[in-house]
Design a binder for this molecule. Sequence first.
Ligand SMILES: NC(=O)c1ccc[n+]([C@@H]2O[C@H](COP(=O)([O-])OP(=O)(O)OC[C@H]3O[C@@H](n4cnc5c(N)ncnc54)[C@H](OP(=O)(O)O)[C@@H]3O)[C@@H](O)[C@H]2O)c1
Length: 258
Amino acid sequence: MKTALITGASTGIGLALARELAARGWRVALAARRTELLEAEVAALTAAGRTAMAVTCDVADAAAVAAAVAQVEAAWGPIDLAIANAGLGDPKPVTQMALVDAEYIMRVNFLGMLHLFDAVRPSMLARGAGQFVGVASLAGLRGLPMSAIYSASKAAMQAFLEAARIELKPHGITVTTVNPGFVKTPLTDRNTVTKPFMISAERAGVIVANGILRGDREVNFPEPTATAMRFVRLLPNWLYDFVVGIGARQLTGPGKQP
Ligand SMILES: NC(=O)c1ccc[n+]([C@@H]2O[C@H](COP(=O)([O-])OP(=O)(O)OC[C@H]3O[C@@H](n4cnc5c(N)ncnc54)[C@H](OP(=O)(O)O)[C@@H]3O)[C@@H](O)[C@H]2O)c1
């Protein structure tokens, strides 16, 4: 039985993905800060005949992530699939950016991923096998007004994962970047913007599991948003600024903030 560790598995995409992998015969370690949610889910999965473990950890803390990986390896042996999914966003114009909040978003979204990578890298390199996955976002593919820090954190993830994918292939390690569009989760429930083509977390779990298990380089979804973002990436800067600027001025222009 193969072992997966998923951060941010207490709710949303991470939880749906943990359930999906468990249903496909994987041993899943669910990591997040809210132990009670993780333990309730592990009890439900175990009752359904799956193999699961709860690992409390804050991905912002490198030592805590290393300890979580060590805990899983001690119980089940090497981790075959490590998924850095924990993340957060705080939609806000840059005129109102608080450095302390921006640093925290980078710490959880980007450094949180590196903390996991650093912890699983030795055993994956030693075995010449394994898969490392980062859940970034379609929002990382261009700088999005109102989400500058979030976009930047996801773009940093994408750049790291792309470079790592090329470097690690000769070492037998597969790297996959997951770029969701809108998925209904507690994260999007907190955000009041319109969310075109939003899908359920359960559907996202199936799409992401399929892409990961195929060994895809990237998993971009839902398809309409992913296709739109492919097109938007090709726009010259002047056109991107013009089109996106129309909407952005309504939210972030002079006189729009306190
Ligand atoms: N939903 C979307 O539309 C969407 C779109 C693009 C990308 N994404 C990305 O998908 C990932 C999952 O998001 P989601 O929508 O499923 O949101 P969510 O339901 O809010 O889940 C976020 C998860 O991250 C965990 N988490 C947050 N901070 C953490 C920390 N410091 N240490 C450990 N765990 C932490 C949370 O658990 P605890 O609070 O228990 O720690 C929770 O399990 C994120 O990286 C997000 O940026 C989501």
